[in-house]
Ligand binder design. Structure first.
Ligand code: HPA
Length: 261
């Protein structure tokens, strides 16, 4: 394995984004970390002239369910490879009335409902107990770049949103979604945590780029089908790919300066 020290932007592709067709691939690296192996090989390449490292969160082909993703290995592997800005692409269910299928959301907050997932790097062999500040889970500057890019591309998007992270792999009941709505959640997904917290523990700039693929349970007359989800992915993922490509040079600038919020 070669070791590269160039700082890069990392992209964690989720459901519907297991590869990047517009990425000029330079190398594929199967890596190991002290937490085990990440979900897939790291794909190193160039997107919009910017060094990028791509990782498929659920493996490629898509086979690891959200509760079994080794989030620690994924974040550690990207960090070790030089990623300093991370974009987590997330397929989500829409709770907020503006956030229907194929809508793009750059959330600004999250609530964690997951359980039993290894969620910290700070355990075992500690010299002191460490509590990171997590007031703002998503990097302010990286969010602004994604939002400005979505706006300049004229894509239907929301520049706010509370992401509720559920355990899965089953979808929610209508009552669970009503409770999440009362809690203030606008979106629901299964992979946003502990990914965001682990990135923060390593001092990475982390941002989520959400694509709504269905109305959350009880938010439409219909039940949720995989066929409808696939259709929303088909409609919306092109916009996600465009945002990634167009925001890359700006995000590339951010790798040089540490997270500020
Ligand atoms: N719930 C949880 N996770 C999801 C959903 C949902 O409705 N859609 C896509 N990911």
């Amino acid at each position: 394995m070669t070791s590269h020290k160039t700082a890069a932007v990392g992209i964690i592709g989720g459901t519907g984004l297991t590869s990047l067709s517009n990425l000029d691939i330079m190398a594929e690296e199967a890596v190991e970390t002290r937490w085990g192996a990440p979900s897939s090989a790291l794909i190193r390449g160039q997107l919009g002239n910017q060094p990028v490292i791509f990782l498929a969160r659920h493996g490629n082909p898509h086979r690891i369910p959200p509760h079994q993703v080794n989030y620690r290995a994924n974040i550690q592997a990207l960090y070790d490879a030089g990623a300093r800005v991370l974009i987590g692409v997330n397929a989500v269910g829409g709770i907020h009335p503006d956030m229907g299928p194929a809508h793009i959301v750059i959330p600004d907050q999250l609530i964690d409902y997951t359980w039993g997932r290894p969620g910290t790097f700070f355990e075992n062999d500690l010299e002191e107990v460490t509590h990171i500040d997590f007031t703002w889970p998503y990097d302010r500057e990286a969010r602004k770049l994604l939002i400005d890019t979505a706006r300049s591309l004229n894509l239907a998007h929301s520049d706010f949103g509370v992401y509720g992270a559920t355990q899965g792999p089953r979808l929610e009941t209508a009552a669970e979604i009503r409770r999440m709505e009362r809690d203030g959640c606008d979106l629901v997904g299964m992979t946003g945590m502990p990914e965001a917290a682990l990135a923060a523990e390593l001092g990475l700039r982390y941002v989520s780029l959400g694509l709504v693929v269905n109305w959350a349970a009880g938010k439409s007359e219909q039940i949720i089908t995989m066929a409808d989800i696939e259709e929303a992915i088909r409609q919306g993922m092109a916009g996600v790919r465009q945002i990634l490509e167009r925001s890359m040079s700006g995000l590339g600038q951010l790798v040089l300066t540490p997270r500020s919020s």
